[in-house]
Design a protein around this ligand. Structure first.
Ligand SMILES: [Zn+2]
Length: 456
């Protein structure tokens, strides 16, 4: 795989690419109140206008999809290869040492919100298309870059685009990592609810969102002996437990764990699960709480719930106890389960009901998403792996994840870049940056991928 004309075209575009990215980073395209023609606010609209202008200047075309997205194409023919990226960013947040919308370059890295998620990859894809054009590579398919404006908040952009224009079936989305993510587990939220009265238990509170492993969990209990039993168990089980006096002669117990994302629960320590075990050992909450503690207090792989398992492509099922509460009348919990592509959500719910209904729990399903899988043997995956392996010199293999990426929106699309293995994930964090040399490597990889996928 060697195309000197394409390499030359990429190298020649490098200064202009950096200018374009800097200009995009300086527009703080955070979602805001809708305005006419600007469904995600004025700043996102300004970013969209700039992308359309650049698309027209570089590729000779760009289409505004009513403020929800834009698209631009190269090539000709019936078939369309889609490249999906986004122009909106999450708010800057605290902790920045440089201007988060300044596009400052230090030691070959450009800093700013959106440099890696996802303006850097979007600009890389745009210039890859320009390089293919400049190198005069004949194409027998069209390659369409779709830039959405609402990936971070609700994906209304893509729903609108699909209705108005129709999404291509095949493609890739540079909004995650290399080499190729072809498997995204299913997502299933379950809400558990059981009536409970216990005179030694006043309240429980843990978790902020189902998809986050709770880093702290608190319970208010009565009786000094309750606190003593809790403390003895916590010490023996190596659980970080604190206690302090609370209102009305009660005690507040606080368990400290380690927060993590629900798609990788093994990276954290679930404080809510540990609190359940502490309360169980202290003799609080009866059979109802004790059953829940056995079911979800010990593991994040579904063993206690009877739903553990894996398949040949996805890796293991995971389950996170994301929310836990008790208000004096009912014990409630919300589970976030990421299940292998060969599993069925209905079967998982059936097993969870079988496990918990004896203790009085009702199980309702909440937000979810079906698994997404593109076979490793498919042309799109094989082509992207080959290009990535040859140009990066690194191991080319498919990966499975528990999270959801933008690629899910298209039937046969995979996530492809922009993070290289070992690169620090700084999306949504302070200090987000992109290594400009790596970005140019991404441009080369995308350009060769386009030539392979759409070339004559
Ligand atoms: Zn993103």
């Amino acid at each position: 795989m060697n195309n000197p004309a394409l390499d030359k075209a990429v190298e020649a575009l490098r200064p202009q690419l950096e200018q374009t990215l800097a200009a995009w980073i300086r527009i703080p395209s955070v979602k805001d109140a809708p305005q006419p023609g600007a469904p995600f606010g004025a700043d996102v609209r300004r970013m969209l206008d700039r992308a359309i202008e650049d698309g027209r200047a570089l590729l000779g075309n760009a289409r505004d999809v009513d403020g929800y997205a834009c698209d631009m194409e190269i090539g000709q023919g019936e078939d369309v290869i889609g490249i999906l990226a986004h122009l909106d960013v999450v708010p800057a947040g605290d902790g920045w040492q440089v201007d988060p919308f300044g596009a400052q370059v230090v030691d070959g890295k450009m800093y700013g919100r959106g440099t890696s998620d996802d303006k850097g990859p979007a600009v890389a894809a745009l210039y890859a298309m320009k390089a293919v054009q400049d190198a005069g590579i004949p194409l027998s398919k069209r390659v369409r870059l779709i830039l959405g404006c609402d990936e971070e908040s609700g994906m209304e952009d893509i729903a609108y685009y699909d209705k108005a224009i129709g999404l291509p079936a095949v493609g890739f989305s540079p909004d995650a990592e290399f080499p190729v993510i072809n498997t995204e587990k299913g997502i299933l939220q379950m809400r558990l609810h059981a009536p409970l009265t216990c005179d030694r238990l006043v309240s429980i509170q843990a978790g902020t969102r189902p998809n986050v492993v709770p880093g702290t969990a608190t319970a208010v209990v009565r009786g000094e002996d309750t606190v003593q039993r809790a403390a003895a168990f916590a010490q023996q089980a190596d659980i970080r437990l604190g206690s302090e006096p609370a209102e009305g002669g009660a005690f507040r117990l606080t368990v400290t764990g380690v927060p993590a994302h629900a798609s990788t629960p093994w990276q954290g320590v679930n404080a809510a699960g540990q609190l359940l075990r502490v309360l169980q050992a202290a003799g609080v909450g009866g059979d109802c709480l004790s059953t829940l503690a056995d079911a979800i207090g010990h593991d994040s792989d579904g063993t206690g719930l009877g739903i553990a398992g894996s398949d040949g492509v996805s890796g293991p099922l995971t389950v996170n106890l994301g929310l836990l509460s008790y208000d004096g009348q009912a014990l409630q919990a919300t589970l976030d389960c990421r299940y292998p592509v060969f599993f069925s959500d209905a079967q998982i719910v059936r097993f969870v009901k079988l496990r918990l209904s004896g203790a009085g729990f009702e199980v309702e399903t909440g937000h979810g998403a079906q698994p997404h899988h593109v076979p490793a043997s498919s042309a799109i995956v094989q082509t992207l792996l080959k290009v990535y392996g040859e140009l990066s010199g690194r191991e080319a293999k498919v990966i499975a994840i528990g999270g959801g990426t933008y690629a899910r929106c298209m039937k046969q699309a995979v996530a492809f870049g922009p993070l290289f293995p070992g690169e620090e994930e700084l999306a949504h964090q302070a200090g987000e940056n992109v290594d400009l040399a790596q970005l140019v490597l991404s441009v080369r990889i995308f350009a060769y991928a386009i030539a392979e996928l759409a070339g004559v």
